[in-house]
Structure formats: C-alpha cells, structure tokens
Design a protein around this ligand. Structure first.
Ligand SMILES: [Zn+2]
Ligand SMILES: [Zn+2]
Length: 341
C-alpha cells in the first residue's frame, strides 16, 4: 500500500510502497483510511521536536487525525464490524491501568500514539485497537470529521469542563477565533447557556465568530480587558478559554476573570505570569487541557452529526501530501487540510 513516511528529520516526507498492516492481536482493528488531517504537529515532527519524546524508529508513517472504514478485526473485537464508519481516538489505550479505568484516556500508562510513536494514517490502511474506534453517524463522512480527532477533541475537552460549571447567563470569554477557537465557539454554544464573548485581533475572525455562536465580540486592539469588564458589569467573566496561549503572559486573561473564575489553557506558547498572592487573593483556577477522552470524542461526533459543530476543510489527495504541508506551513489553508485517498 501507499504510505507517507518520516525518513529523517529536517527533510521531506516520502511516499513509499509498504506492506499493509495486518491483525496481530485479538483486539486489533485495521481501518481503511478515508481521511487524515494534516496538523501543525506533523510539521513539528519533521522538525525533530518529538524525536526524543517519542523514541520512534524511522522510517514510520505519520498522521494522527484519522477516520475511515473498518477493514478487518481481531477475534475479540465486539464493538465494531467490517464496514463500520469510524473516527479514531488519537491514542491507543490499554483499558487496564488506573487512568483508563477512570476514563482518563489521555493519561493511560501504556498508550501508543499512531502518527507520533507508531504508524499513523497518511496511508491506505492503519492498525488501531478496538478501544480507539468511535462509530460515526451515517450522515457524516470521514473527510468531514477526521481533523476533529485531535484539535477539535482538545477544544471539546476544555469546553466540556467549562460547560459543566457554567450557569445560564454566566459569561465565558473565548480568546482566539482561529482553527481551534472556531470549534470551541460552536461546541460551547451547543453545550452551555452561558454568554459567549469572543476576543480576537482579526475583525474577519470575529465576523465568523458571530455567525457560529458568539453573543458578543471584542476586537483585541488594546482595550479588550476594559471591554470585557464593561460587558460583565465590572466583575469579570466566570470562565475564560484561552485558545491562543498569550493571554497569560500579559496578565490580561486573568484581568478578564472575576474572583474564583476558571482559566482554561488550551493554546500554548507564552508563560502565565501571575503573582502567587494574586492567585490566593482571587482564587482563580488554572486548568490545563490535553487532547480529550474517548467520551469527549463521542460527544463531539454527536454535535457534528447534529450539525452543531462544523469544520471547514480543504482536501488534498494522499499523494499531494507535500503541497498540503507546504500550504499549512505558509498559512494558506482555510480551516483544516485533509488528505483523502
Ligand atoms: Zn493534530
Ligand atoms: Zn491504560
């Protein structure tokens, strides 16, 4: 089969002809890839940023945002059948460790991460496990949802945490209406009756935000903290979802929150600089978000099937992988880039 592989760091991926994966264990599932999302993490893999952490042996097949059709199953697989349409949770988890037992898939002690530390989905077929397969609605196609497997799942995970605590009419600030933020706006809107205030530097992104569920938008032109405080009667918001990862560095994210508010960190890059005395006196909580659980992915697929979360995608053939990566690198992709067979 065709597979796009990492053959070395700081060099281009290569299209290879390799053996199709086969069922090796009783819980293995082979999926015919219908779509693989092209993610910024793939660029980071090629830059060698994951080299030490993953310890993966080269060459291997890249691609961690995968959806398709079940092609073959091991003897013990009961939850999916050949032909089922599925999206794959990005991790293959053991199901037996304490984290798995608690439903905290991302912190599984014995997980594999296809596309990062084992063969991924830039290929015609991928091997995964029964536990990773989420069946998707008949109305959805793999290409519509594949890119939700990672970035979308992370947004969903943070939004689900926030939505569990927010009351109707509470204010939730969303920083960043880009790729991740635009999923976050839609899933918050679908899951919560909080008032959504979206902050972004780009007026076009704010216009899109209003179309997909923002109740208020604030242009980040320097006056955004004052604007948010004014919208909340001077008190600040109950929750803030930072999809950019810059709001902490200047302290502006914290300044938008009321006492005992919750600061959800999703985007990353800058540090959060907050004096400890302020953390004590305000009792603001800082909450990290790493991908999401299996159940979060199921929930996101329900929202997608209901038409409440939509993703704009740009499709490329698997063999056009280089153009897709170049377009992503040069900021030419609107929404998410997807490889299809
Ligand atoms: Zn990704
Ligand atoms: Zn586990």
């Amino acid at each position: 089969m065709k597979a796009v592989q990492v053959v070395g760091y700081h060099q281009n991926l290569e299209l290879k002809e390799i053996d199709e994966p086969t069922v090796q264990g009783p819980l293995d599932v082979i999926v015919k890839v219908g779509a693989a999302g092209v993610c910024r993490t793939d660029l980071h893999v090629l830059e060698g940023q994951w080299q030490e952490k993953s310890g993966v042996e080269l060459p291997y097949t890249i691609g961690h945002e995968n959806a398709g059709w079940v092609h073959a199953v091991g003897d013990a697989v009961t939850n999916v059948e050949v032909g089922d349409k599925v999206i794959l949770h990005p991790l293959m988890t053991c199901g037996l460790c304490r984290a798995c037992r608690l439903g905290d898939d991302v912190h599984c002690e014995n997980s594999q991460f296809p596309g990062i530390d084992t063969d991924g989905g830039y290929a015609e077929y991928i091997r995964t496990s029964a536990r990773s397969c989420v069946k998707i609605d008949d109305a959805l196609e793999p290409a519509d949802v594949a890119a939700l497997a990672d970035a979308g799942l992370t947004a969903q995970h943070a939004c689900a945490k926030a939505a569990r605590l927010l009351r109707p009419g509470d204010v939730c600030v969303i920083i960043g209406a880009g790729g991740l933020g635009h999923i976050g706006i839609q899933s918050m809107k679908a899951m919560s009756a909080a008032t959504l205030v979206v902050v972004d530097r780009n007026p076009e992104a704010l216009a899109l935000a209003r179309e997909i569920g923002a109740d208020q938008t604030v242009l980040a032109d320097g006056g955004q903290v004052d604007a948010v405080r004014e919208l909340t009667g001077g008190k600040g918001a109950e929750a803030l979802l930072d999809f950019v990862g810059e709001g902490g560095a200047t302290g502006e994210g914290v300044a938008m929150l009321r006492d005992a508010g919750n600061y959800y960190v999703i985007g990353y890059g800058e540090n959060i600089n907050v004096p400890t005395i302020d953390i004590i006196s305000t009792e603001i909580n800082f909450i990290g978000n790493l991908v999401g659980t299996y159940a979060d992915l199921q929930d996101l697929m329900v929202l997608a099937a209901q038409g409440k979360v939509k993703l704009h995608t740009q499709q490329y053939k698997l063999t056009e992988f280089q153009r897709a990566l170049d377009d992503l690198d040069q900021g030419k992709v609107r929404g998410r880039a997807i490889l299809v067979p």
